[in-house]
Design a protein around this ligand. Structure first.
Ligand SMILES: *Cc1c(COP(=O)(O)O)cnc(C)c1O
Length: 467
């Protein structure tokens, strides 16, 4: 092929060597994932002593360089290991990793079609398809990728603020504004309120029902009270997949409250909105079309590499109102629709779209739906196991990927910390109302029921030693 006939330069010889090295290291990592659980833990106060991390005036010869790099890899938690259940991401989709590696090789910046080429269309295709799944008119809607779900929520809040008072982006927030979110929602809401000039104290945390879902009547009461007191309510955030229980707020009811009061409705679907791909579970996001903006993370349930965070907006003019700045040195060709730099938070922007596209193109909507069904099925079976064994207490028995339980009288915090330090399992604990419990999340779609059973066996054996 013609592109292999170029002159071998010094730099492509060494790149080829590094690609060989990469393949070797990749295989070693995979081996560690199979045998070493998550990683042997080194405490932060020893890490410089135990690993050759320090940077120096002079460069390092290859042997020492490689030894240091290998040791770092060895002790770094393997999030694709079958023993990693700690956070709301994990596992590995090989097609997605391929896309991410190629995006790094090409290293485009996703602000203009001139620089991004067809990658801009790849991004647009994902945004369009998600918009139509939500129920938006794809001609009127648009969206953006941002570095994380916290940032897509931030974009939602900024549009909400500017919608509530369109002078605020010029003059700053002058009328005191409020926003509404459930007590179980993600902490980015509070941080974003501070960043956006609304203020952490003006976030109203709305009570949830015993299943962890926002109570729409309580939301209404809070809005009424604030209006009486002279606040300007600017946004309601509903969560699809809360952090601890993976509960789904009732979007339709909340959306109707927002319509009644003319308030921007943002859905934080970072964790759970991916259920829209499953025929079996898409009812959990019923009413999504009522949202003005909607965030979703593919790096959670779809196991793409971090980060792959998307916001879709019902009426794209809000993206232009809140984020566009003219920059004639940048935007010299093509129309605005293909120059996404006009509506992004950043200037230079990484290509986070290709890794989702490579997966989606390979397995289709159906394949994505099957991933969700598998994760929910594993969680349901894990819950059944816990429910049928009298040694366990189960805390939340709803469709979700969270399995919340305690084993006998073992303190969940002590148990999770000990499992981590001994490199047995990486799993976290959670709190809901008065209860603290172990929270197993079936996010890694590469796991099967054998892996989940193994999780319980390891946990039980270890817990007995602690008692
Ligand atoms: C993970 C998560 C976020 C934050 O997303 P990041 O990509 O980690 O910044 C926000 N909201 C919910 C509900 C989440 O689960």
């Amino acid at each position: 092929m013609y592109f292999l006939c170029g002159i071998l330069t010094e730099s492509n010889i060494s790149m080829n060597k590094d690609i060989e090295l990469f393949v070797k290291l990749y295989q070693e990592i995979e081996q560690m994932e199979l045998t070493d659980q998550v990683a042997e833990v080194i405490s932060p106060n020893e890490v410089w002593d135990k690993i050759d991390i320090s940077l120096e005036e002079n460069g390092t010869e290859d042997t020492r360089f490689l030894e240091a790099l290998r040791k770092i890899l060895l002790h770094t938690p393997k999030t694709a290991s079958k023993s990693f259940f700690n956070q709301l991401f994990g596992g590995r989709q090989h097609r997605s990793l391929l896309g991410d590696l190629l995006a790094s090789v090409l290293n485009n910046s996703m602000y203009t079609y001139k620089v991004g080429g067809p990658m801009i269309a790849v991004e647009k295709e994902i945004l369009r398809r998600i918009a139509s799944k939500i129920g938006y008119d794809h001609q009127k809607s648009d969206g953006m990728f941002a570095p994380g779900g916290s940032m897509t929520n931030m974009m939602g809040l900024l549009m909400a603020r500017d919608y509530a008072d369109d002078r605020s982006r010029f003059e700053g927030v002058k009328k005191p504004m409020t926003m509404y979110t459930s007590t179980e929602s993600h902490y980015s809401n509070s941080k974003n309120a501070a960043f956006a000039g609304i203020g952490r104290d003006n976030v109203r945390y709305i009570e949830v029902d015993r299943k962890g879902r926002m109570i729409p009547e309580k939301l209404k009461e809070a809005i009424e009270k604030d209006k009486r007191e002279g606040f300007l309510p600017c946004m309601v955030n509903a969560t699809c997949g809360t952090t601890v229980l993976c509960a789904f707020d009732p979007l339709r009811e909340i959306g109707e409250v927002c319509q009644e009061y003319g308030i921007w409705f943002h859905v934080d679907g970072a964790l759970g909105a991916s259920v829209m791909f499953s025929d079996k579970y898409k009812h959990l996001v019923d009413g999504s079309h009522l949202a003005d903006s909607f965030s979703i993370n593919a790096h959670k349930l779809f196991n793409t590499p971090l980060s792959c965070s998307i916001i879709v907006v019902k009426d794209k003019s809000h993206l232009y109102d809140s984020f566009s700045n003219e920059a004639s040195y940048l935007y010299q060709t093509d129309d605005d629709a293909f120059n996404p730099g006009k509506i992004s938070m950043q200037c230079g922007r990484r290509n986070d779209a290709l890794k989702f596209w490579t997966l989606w193109k390979s397995i289709g909507d159906k394949g994505l739906g099957a991933i969700i069904d598998h994760q929910f099925e594993m969680a349901a079976k894990a819950r059944k196991y816990v429910k049928e064994d009298p040694r366990y207490t189960l805390y939340h028995d709803e469709d979700s990927i969270s399995v919340c339980f305690n084993y006998k009288d073992v303190d969940p915090v002590t148990l999770c910390n000990a499992l981590y330090k001994e490199n047995k399992l990486m799993v976290g604990f959670g709190k809901f109302r008065e209860d603290t419990f172990v929270r197993l999340v079936t996010v890694n779609s590469g796991n099967d029921m054998e892996d989940i059973k193994r999780f319980f066996t390891i946990l039980e054996t270890f817990a007995e030693l602690l008692r």
